[in-house]
Design a protein around this ligand. Structure first.
Ligand SMILES: [Zn+2]
Length: 59
């Protein structure tokens, strides 16, 4: 079981690199049970999309 620290690290890591199957499974399990990290994932996602839009690759 991931700690919240590990889970948030994987969440930001998966924006830039692909996670291994094991990492994805443990992250998914953690996010199912932890609303704090789920919120964090949502925020990272929004920020990431906003960054992409600013850099001009949104169409
Ligand atoms: Zn957590």
């Amino acid at each position: 079981m991931l700690s919240c620290k590990d889970a948030t690290k994987l969440v930001s890591q998966k924006q830039d690199a692909q996670l291994s199957l094991m990492q994805r499974i443990s992250l998914r399990l953690h996010l199912m049970m932890c609303s704090g990290c789920k919120n964090y994932e949502r925020q990272i996602d929004v920020i990431h999309k906003a960054c992409r839009r600013i850099s001009g690759s949104d169409d």
